[in-house]
Design a protein around this ligand. Structure first.
Ligand code: PLP
Length: 308
């Protein structure tokens, strides 16, 4: 028997502000998605990790969500605290304790036209996707992307304007790599398809490109903070964000991809260049452990408990 999308993805709850309900979905239930003429370009999607019954970095993702909504000129269907509460309630209704919460904002059902002026009500959607275990980091290859990077105005906001991102990911996969890596308009290292990039230099600095032309990743920002522990223990000399040339990146001792979908993933080859020892480096491993520990027992600013 064919599986529907909810079974395939292990979606355990969904929210739709048009229907004003939270659905608890039995995995074997048949569920038909309503087709609506949404203003597709005017949507954005977000992912917050759900771990051990806590939502990780919900506040940070929500801040970026609201900022992006304003930049995309999507009016909010509710204020911040109501959106926050709906998201928490959706996770609570799912009974899911490990997985991810993905949410969208849209200009709402409309008239199939380009402008959102024909859309009556902005809409919020959310789904909870169960995943039994967290990703264990495995080493990967990356390739320089040939897909043009988005201009800074669109790269710094999260939206569904993600065709370039999707093509960069597919191009990477077609070349036997995990993803493509973008360079910015000046030729400096930018980011991956849906993840940030970090390096460990020969001087043991944790180095990341600045966030002014790329998405300000919640995970990368948290990694920058958590990495101060490694500075305190002498494993890193300092943590810094600045322009990174391709040559410097390829000569680094370590390279890693960072994002809420992958946490910290070591890169051992970029194009034809082997990075460092060609194996997972100690700093990538330590940063992954720090993020994992933060998800399990970090401060209330990054962990929101779910009342089941
Ligand atoms: C283009 C891009 N860069 C970086 C990231 C990583 O951001 P975060 O850590 O908030 O998931 C994402 C996440 O989707 C992204 O789409």
């Amino acid at each position: 028997m064919k599986q529907n999308v909810f079974q395939l993805l292990r979606i355990t709850a969904s929210y739709d502000s048009n229907l004003i309900i939270i659905l608890f979905l039995q995995l074997n239930s048949i569920f038909a998605m309503q087709q609506r003429p949404e203003q597709l370009p005017m949507q954005m999607k977000f992912l917050s990790c759900l771990s051990l019954s806590h939502l990780y970095e919900l506040e940070q993702h929500l801040d970026r969500f609201l900022k992006s909504a304003s930049m995309a000129k999507i009016p909010l269907p509710f204020n911040r605290s109501t959106i926050r509460s709906i998201l928490i309630q959706t996770v609570s209704a799912s009974n899911c304790t490990q997985g991810s919460l993905r949410y969208w904002l849209s200009a709402g059902p409309g008239d199939f036209q380009l402008s959102s002026s024909g859309c009556t009500n902005p809409a919020l959607y959310a789904v909870v996707i169960e995943s039994p275990s967290l990703q264990v980091p495995s080493c990967c290859r990356v390739v320089t992307s040939s897909i043009p990077i988005k201009s800074p105005q669109f790269a710094v906001m999260k939206s569904v304007n993600y065709l370039p991102n999707a093509l960069t990911k597919v191009e990477g996969e077609e070349n036997g790599a995990f993803t493509g890596i973008w360079l910015d308009d000046e030729g400096f290292v930018a980011e991956g398809s849906n993840m940030n990039v970090g390096f460990v230099t020969k001087n043991k600095e944790l180095l990341m490109p600045r966030f002014d032309k790329i998405l300000s990743g919640c995970t990368a920002r948290r990694v920058l903070t958590l990495a101060e522990h490694l500075v305190a223990h002498g494993k890193l000399s300092r943590v810094i964000s600045r322009n990174v040339s391709v040559e410097e990146g390829k000569m680094a001792d370590e390279m890693m991809l960072i994002g809420s979908g992958i946490l910290v993933k070591p890169v051992v080859q970029w194009d034809d260049k082997i990075i460092g020892s060609g194996q997972e480096g100690p700093i990538a491993q330590a940063l992954y452990d720090l993020i994992l520990e933060d998800m399990r027992s970090g401060p209330p600013s990054v962990r929101i408990p779910i009342p089941y």
